[in-house]
Write a protein that binds this ligand. Structure first.
Ligand code: G6P
Length: 444
């Protein structure tokens, strides 16, 4: 590996790629990347060419010795890779818009990674990631897979459980935003605080300690959610609606922004339905945002990440991916919050499932900081959601309609019974093209 690093990014035509390139450029002294391969599919060719040309300008402006390759040939790119990062979206944004708008039309939450939409994103994505893993076994058997394709937790678990690929770390930007907001509330630098996160992707809680060992969690809860406080906006795509203060205070842990879907479902639904009427689903908003981003990227004079990219919910993701790679490559021992195999770090979920947890990142991978047991309020929701994830992953792999319906029935954001089946059937029909594993079952 010390010859200079080869990175392969699948979904290279993504609008987030400039952040990734910026992250590599700023770490180049520590992390000498000699080759960056941006891979996409035919449907993403135009975006790949635009953002790829911009990546080349960025690298050139930085004056680093790194070749940027653009290709539609995934296997050619993967040969001898050291790190593979995945940021693809099966079915592009149009599929996301269906995930969001079909449930909303039935009056239920329509969201990219939660509820019915999130389960369908898993159904489409998991077979593709498992295909990538099969190629990696053959072409780059020593490489690390750093995944930030959503739903990141379920994708990581599928790679571990069904792909039987150990060298995988899943990533999310929510903890990064939560750390920044706590440090703002406390007016203390992040480096002076310790954050203990545990849970699963988009459903974790955390505690905060200062350098004297004093716990500051309740102070941050008060600072963010007391009746006279300004709730934080950790990610752009979720409204910073106020949590129920007494309930969150009683948790004695900070929830993540996505907990609003579970702790305040009706308010979130009302807000989503209203936004759906006025500006469309989040996917439709993002589509407009992306169009203007790609207009900017076409500018032959633009050679740095534009400010407008920060309007996307996924800001900081790519930079965190660069830091994980850096930490593995240099055995740095950086503390990060990642999706990795539980291995007993959280007592309340299966040993071999993926969890999202504060971990030390070293050359051998992510070493979770032991968390132990959750109190019942957290445990109940966590266990339901973990079981729902297990069923969703199993349905994605087997194409079993019955397992998918079971997962739908268990998901707290999908009302059970007829409506679960109606939404399931409609989404299956809408996404038929990307769900060959279910196809014959549906016909039957
Ligand atoms: C948040 C989540 C990400 C998700 C993103 C969507 O940051 O943590 O998992 O990808 O939002 O943002 P978007 O701008 O696409 O709605």
């Amino acid at each position: 590996m010390k010859k200079g690093v080869k990175i392969v990014t699948i979904g290279g035509g993504s609008s987030y790629t400039p952040e990734l390139v910026e992250g590599f450029i700023k770490r180049f002294d520590e992390l000498p990347i000699r080759e960056l391969w941006l891979v996409d599919i035919e449907a993403g060719r135009e975006k790949l060419e635009i953002v790829g040309a911009m990546a080349k300008r960025m690298v050139e402006a930085a004056g680093i010795d790194c070749e940027v390759h653009l290709t539609l040939d995934r296997r050619a790119a993967l040969k001898d890779a050291d790190f593979v990062t995945t940021q693809f979206r099966v079915g592009l944004l149009d599929a996301r818009i269906k995930d969001e708008s079909i449930p909303l039309k039935h009056g239920i939450i329509g969201q990219e990674t939660n509820g019915a939409g999130g389960m369908f994103k898993a159904f489409r994505t998991i077979p593709v990631i498992l295909g990538i893993v099969e190629d990696m076994k053959e072409l780059c058997p020593n490489a690390w897979l750093i995944n930030f394709t959503n739903p990141a937790g379920m994708v990581t678990e599928a790679v571990l459980r069904y792909g039987k690929w150990e060298k995988v770390i899943g990533l999310c930007n929510v903890p990064i935003g939560a750390i920044k907001s706590a440090s703002d509330v406390l007016k203390k630098p992040e480096e002076d605080l310790f954050f203990k996160f545990a849970g699963i992707n988009h459903l974790h809680w955390h505690r905060i300690f200062d350098k004297d060992g004093t716990e500051l969690t309740e102070q941050v809860i008060d600072g963010l959610y007391a009746p006279d406080a300004n709730p934080d906006k950790v990610v752009e795509n979720i409204k910073n609606m106020r949590f129920l203060y007494e309930q969150v205070r009683n948790l004695k842990m900070l929830p993540c922004p996505y907990h609003r879907y579970y702790y305040m479902t009706d308010d979130m639904l009302a807000e989503e339905l209203e936004a759906f009427k006025t500006e469309g689903s989040r996917g439709q908003v993002v589509k407009r945002l992306e169009e203007s981003l790609f207009e900017l990227y076409k500018d032959p004079n633009l050679d740095h990440k534009p400010e407008e990219l920060s309007k996307r919910g996924g800001a900081h993701y790519s930079d965190a991916a660069c830091e994980i790679i850096n930490s593995i490559y240099n055995n740095k021992g950086t503390m990060m919050v990642v999706s990795t195999r539980n291995n007993g770090a959280i007592d309340d979920v299966p040993y071999d499932s993926a969890i999202e947890i504060t971990s030390v990142i070293r050359a051998h991978g992510a070493e979770p900081v032991n968390f132990g047991k959750f109190p019942p309020a957290q445990r109940g929701l966590l266990q339901v959601m973990k079981a729902m994830e297990e069923l969703t992953i199993e349905a994605a792999v087997t194409g079993s309609y019955d397992t998918a319906l079971q997962a739908f029935t268990l998901n707290p954001l999908v009302p059970s019974g007829d409506i679960a089946q109606t939404v399931l059937d409609e989404l299956l029909e809408a996404h038929k093209e990307h769900l060959p594993q279910f196809f014959t079952k549906v016909e039957a």
